[in-house]
Design a protein around this ligand. Sequence first.
Ligand code: ADP
Ligand code: MG
Length: 377
Amino acid sequence: MSVAEEFSRLYGYEPEGVWEAPGRVNLIGEHTDYNDGFVMPFALPHTAVAAFGRRTDTAVRAHSADLPGEAVVVSDPAPGASAGWADYVAGVVWALRDAGHAVGGVDVHLSSTVPTGAGLSSSAALEVVVALALNDLFSLGLERQQLARLCQRAENVYVGAPTGIMDQTASACCTAGHALFLDTRDLSRRQVPFDLASLGLRLLVVDTQVEHAHSEGEYGKRRAGCEAGAAELGVTALRDVPVAELPAALDRLSSDEVRALVRHVVTENDRVERVIALLDAGDVRAIGPLLVEGHASLRDDFRVSCRELDLVVETAVAAGALGARMTGGGFGGSAIVLVEDTLADQVTKAVTEAFAAAALTEPRVFTAVASAGARRI
Ligand code: ADP
Ligand code: MG
């Protein structure tokens, strides 16, 4: 049954429309988005699809085909009143209203193919599909970047997850065949050609299916460490430390822990710029070593990798991949692997066998094609 048909069955009337928003993977630029730095995500073909109808009151009624249970009703969306997964829906309604936009109540039925908790931003897909639908239904006239900002506020304030702006911007603003270069300081962005199929290349996503406990606390510690580093260096954010000045900056820091965090962020921003230069020059294969370098930095300096992610990267590269790295926040989730089309099966097999040999859960592997951002369908 389609999302629209299921909506009608659930709520007893036809939806006014159906919208869709993708998950994302980040090609390069990890843990930079809360340091005013650079990121480079692209949208996945996996999307959250949702049917909407306006209500005559101000309540939000939401149902997910992917979860058992009745529709969740949030009669007065406000931070602190947790309704579980429906917070991602009610939170966006709240954020729009809180910003002064006239948004009434809605009924929502959704279904998503974005794997949850895999570092592929199923949460942002959900938020953005809601924001885009509300923007259309209530004729708000907001730009996509403004919608992304309000989705981030929903996630930060309503859901209570201290995430940056990358995920929501990617879901709202990506275009097919491109990676999105985003400067998280001024939110300037550029679509950078990233059409691998025409070059005989492939990008694999390997979902380790590992969801590490305590990742939020660890994320908070890294954030605080980055802020401490910026304060010690007298800059607004680590973005303001040019890579050429890194050695001098490291000398001025008081602890090895902060030194390692600063080194990751500064070199990672530089890697994003180098990847863009290579993509612009059409030299896509040459980004492989930068992916591997980025992974080593996340593993050794930022310390957000885990055994499974390291295993993907090591095995893939040993089996002939051009490059690989963990993607997303870390502590589990997914890795990406850049590989020649002709070697994709061989690399997938090597990774799967390595996981079996280590008695780990079989990872899910799929090809990620840079896809379109959110849209009405
Ligand atoms: P990620 O964004 O990396 O997938 P998050 O923890 O940020 O992980 O978001 C996952 C959460 O988003 C889920 O626990 C759930 O609350 C919500 N969510 C995502 N997809 C769906 C869905 N299809 N139906 C209901 N809730 C969903
Ligand atoms: Mg998320």
